[in-house]
Write a protein that binds this ligand. Structure first.
Ligand code: 6R9
Length: 574
């Protein structure tokens, strides 16, 4: 194996990768849960109550901090609070299967509410706090949500008078109940919780009953509602154990918001199914704040996204020396390609390998990963999770030779697979156009050792003078240059070459745009990668458009560049 480095994570939960991949079956995991005997299940019971009824009852389930609050909740606290919220919903006659949406900041109340929603068998729908009116309307309308939990500050962005299905709004925080309410009834969270009982009869549901609805934006059209069921817990549990490597004494911090699937599968379910202490930090990103959070809480397992690691890298190494980060023992990254450069930088400043892994809203859980129990290849997303088969297929479903770029596909049937696209069976079927396989929409290569290398979204790949170029390899090369903090690469129509490569770059502190720098960057890619991969055009920008989960929106840059319509922008960061 070439270009591998060792994982720095000591004594991993997952034994030898090859041996496990051979023997593993999901049926073994099912035996971990009591419902394997009764057949009836509830995610919230397995994530919270099971621990509250065990010796973990006084263990901290949730540490919460932001600029104003600093709180701790044990598993027992979480059990009682979520029971109370379940009772609040029951009092409103909310029934199994109804959609209850959340549009609020990342505070303890959102975690309590989600657990209460699941306990009564309803389906939770988390939204990003930063959504504007149109984005909120689209999602509440498509899902026919009957309840919304929100805050008085966010209420002006909720067009409840236009949403006939929305029967109730529960307001978290101090505020007045609006007097013009159309057909919607308003309730105050604090008041309702106070009078709600701590005892609740949990709604035992089937494994295939709906649990959470995550909206995800495509490049065109309205957002898609991806439905996941309680059965997903099998995968959440096992991947959190082996990929996040959670252990009893860990303090785990996932920086993702619950509006993004990473913030639920691995910000709520995975860690709590494993009985881990989960840290939630509200507020915005700042390197100082993040490092002091790690120091203060003794964070040991840390999951974040490439955009955050690149920003931490761009402020320089000295900042890391001002904090005691010695509690860290395992670091993970997801959501976008993790440039090899960032992995090497991580080794230098944290003395730890950053473990890249891959999955999607639609897959519900981790599919490909760099595990602590196998060598890492920087720049690769790793290998398939045991029990899951991944392949690079052509349109007819034939496997492509190793090293060839093609659609990244997954053999259908993994436990946390989405069950439908809400009210859009047609779209659901398109994902499975190759019989027996799920087509991810990403392009990748697989090497001789079975490691998967991301090449770009299907719609982002560039063809220039007959050569297919994945934007990611060009971007990765660019960020290796000391002047470049972030890069995004698109194909621009060209009468001669089909497309030419255009790069947008954000510079690191201390650098400014000059003709010399542009020429130097071009040469840097040409010499480091290939002449045909060198960007013909380079544009320096203060920032690159990104989704709230940190993905660079290449299609938006392309639309801006070519004066085309930008499509759905609801998930774009301001
Ligand atoms: C979990 C999540 C899914 C898309 C996916 C791919 C990109 C995710 C990645 C990655 C390169 C990785 N993506 N992880 N690309 N390397 N390790 O991100 O879900 O928001 O649905 O996005 O994100 O393009 O198809 P979601």
């Amino acid at each position: 194996m070439n270009n591998t480095i060792a994982s720095t994570t000591k004594q991993p939960n997952m034994p030898n990768y090859e041996a496990v991949y051979e023997d593993f079956s999901w049926d073994q995991v099912e035996q971990e849960f009591s419902w394997s005997k009764t057949g009836k299940v509830n995610m919230a019971y397995e994530a919270i109550d099971r621990h509250a009824e065990s010796w973990r009852k006084n263990k901290i389930a949730l540490y919460y901090s932001d600029l104003k609050r600093d709180e701790k909740y044990t598993f027992q606290d979480m059990k009682y609070l979520s029971n109370q919220f379940g009772n609040v919903l029951k009092k409103l006659d909310i029934e199994k299967g109804e959609r209850v949406f959340l549009f609020m900041p990342r505070t303890p109340e959102i975690y309590i509410s989600i657990m209460g929603i699941l306990k009564i068998g309803a389906v939770a729908g988390p939204l990003f706090e930063a959504f504007m009116e149109q984005a909120v309307r689209d999602r509440l309308d498509n899902s026919d949500a009957s309840v919304l939990v929100t805050t008085p500050e966010l209420l002006p962005r909720v067009p409840y008078q236009e949403l006939p299905h929305l029967k109730h709004i529960i307001l978290v925080g101090d505020g007045e109940i609006p007097t013009t309410n159309g057909g919607t009834q308003f309730h105050l969270y604090k008041r309702e919780m106070k009078s709600a009982s701590r005892d609740l009869e949990i709604e035992w549901v089937d494994r295939e009953d709906g649990m959470i609805l995550h909206y995800t934006s495509g490049s065109t059209g309205k957002p898609k509602g991806v439905l996941h069921v309680h059965n997903a817990m099998i995968q959440h549990y096992q991947t959190a154990k082996w990929v996040l490597d959670l252990k009893e004494e860990d303090v785990y911090w996932c920086t993702a918001d619950p509006g993004w699937v990473t913030g639920t599968s691995y910000g709520i379910f995975g860690p709590w199914l494993n009985g881990a202490s989960n840290l939630i930090r509200g507020g915005r990103f700042s390197p100082e704040d993040w490092y002091s959070t790690i120091e203060k809480y003794g964070v040991s397992v840390w999951l974040s996204a490439p955009t955050a690691f690149r920003r931490l890298m761009s402020v320089g190494d000295d900042v890391t020396k001002e904090y005691d980060l010695s509690s860290l023992r395992h670091i993970l990254s997801v959501g976008e390609p993790l440039n090899a450069e960032v992995v090497h930088w991580g080794r230098k400043v944290y003395e730890l390998s950053i473990h890249d892994h891959w999955w999607m809203t639609e897959t519900g859980g981790i599919i490909i990963s760099n595990y602590p129990s196998m060598p890492i290849k920087p720049g690769s997303m790793g290998r398939p999770f045991p029990g899951i088969e991944v392949a690079i297929l052509d349109e007819q479903g034939h496997e492509l030779p190793r090293g060839k770029m093609g659609p990244l596909c997954i053999k259908s049937g993994w436990p946390s697979m989405m069950r439908t696209i809400w009210k859009n069976e047609k779209r659901m079927k398109q994902y499975f156009a190759i019989p027996g396989w799920y087509i991810s929409g990403d392009l990748a290569t697989m090497d001789e050792d079975g490691y998967v290398w991301f090449q770009g979204r299907d719609d982002d790949v560039i063809t220039t003078s007959g050569e297919r170029v994945g934007p990611f390899e060009v971007e990765s090369k660019l960020v290796e240059h000391p002047a470049v903090a972030e890069a995004a690469v698109i194909g621009k129509p060209d009468p001669v070459r089909g497309e030419i490569i255009k790069a947008f770059v954000a510079l690191r502190e201390g650098y400014s745009k000059t003709d010399d720098l542009e020429a130097e960057l071009r040469l840097f890619v040409k010499e480091g990668l290939a002449a045909h991969a060198a960007p013909r055009e380079i544009e320096v920008r203060d920032f690159l458009p990104k989704t709230r989960s940190g993905k660079i929106m290449r299609r938006v840059l392309k639309a801006w560049d070519l004066d085309l319509p930008t499509g759905d922008l609801s998930t774009m960061e301001e």
